[in-house]
Design a protein around this ligand. Structure first.
Ligand code: ZN
Length: 258
């Protein structure tokens, strides 16, 4: 039963250029003036624009809630090395079949970078297995100091030991995530809260990074340190090779000649 061990391999070599898909629900930027002024073409376009400047990043596609059933198709996900996810108001409207496709692709090796209120998104909750929507929060435009506590980690390359985001939404512990495989950032907020603001997990073959920064009414994704974190995270989360394994079934034959 040699055939039962076949794999569909899209690339055996190290992925030459990183294909990124940026999902942003794109609701606040249409409905709220304060957000429209900062992100006139949507948060996804701002993220795409700074990622484009990096020579290791290849195809960048965008997906929004309105078109996500098509723009997060199996074919597109199979050609995506890293998926970035920003969502908030529209979590419940994300199609369950899309959630299943995304989570399965992550288990098969696609990187997944989850931003800000994406902590409560269906794919992140599914992959974490805990009530990741639970945390303290306050929309008060407070100063945030982000501490880089893993300075030898790829996501921290080029960052100082600490940097400030002048205004962002306050998030605070307790945050109901599973214990991270690696904690990258801890943030202090002006109101006194602390928060595990950058954390990594492995699920199946896929690397996952959650990053707290990025409330929609503050220009956080225009800040160079935040852009560097997301760019570094894309490079870290990228799979070494893009493989989609086929279900092997339950055969007992060895995968090679005896
Ligand atoms: Zn927010």
């Amino acid at each position: 039963m040699v055939g039962s061990f076949e794999m569909i391999v899209y690339s055996w070599c190290q992925t030459p250029m990183i294909n990124v898909t940026v999902y942003n629900e794109f609701i606040h930027e249409i409905s709220e003036e304060a957000c429209k002024v900062i992100y006139p073409d949507g948060i996804h376009t701002t993220i795409k624009n700074f990622l484009e400047k990096d020579s290791t990043i290849g195809k960048i596609r965008c997906a929004t809630l309105k078109d996500h059933k098509e723009t997060l198709s199996q074919e597109i996900l199979d050609d995506t090395d890293v998926l970035i996810w920003w969502g908030h108001m529209g979590h419940d409207d994300v199609d369950d079949a899309v959630v299943a496709r995304v989570t399965q692709r992550v288990l098969n090796g696609m990187g997944f970078v989850v931003l800000h209120s994406g902590h409560a998104s269906k794919p992140f909750k599914t992959l974490m297995g805990t009530n990741t929507h639970l945390l303290r929060w306050r929309d008060a435009g407070e100063k945030v100091r982000i501490w880089n506590i893993a300075k030898n980690h790829p996501i921290c390359q080029g960052l100082d030991e600490t940097f400030v985001v002048p205004k962002d939404e306050t998030y605070g512990e307790p945050f109901a995530i599973p214990e991270p495989d690696k904690l990258i950032f801890i943030s202090w907020f002006q109101g006194g809260e602390v928060f595990r603001s950058g954390a990594c997990w492995i699920r199946g073959e896929g690397k996952i990074f959650y990053f707290q920064s990025g409330h929609e009414t503050f220009p956080v994704y225009h800040q160079k340190e935040v852009q560097l974190v997301i760019t570094n995270a894309v490079k870290w989360a990228c799979p070494v090779q893009r493989i989609c394994p086929v279900d092997r079934g339950v055969g007992n034959d060895p995968p090679f000649e005896k």
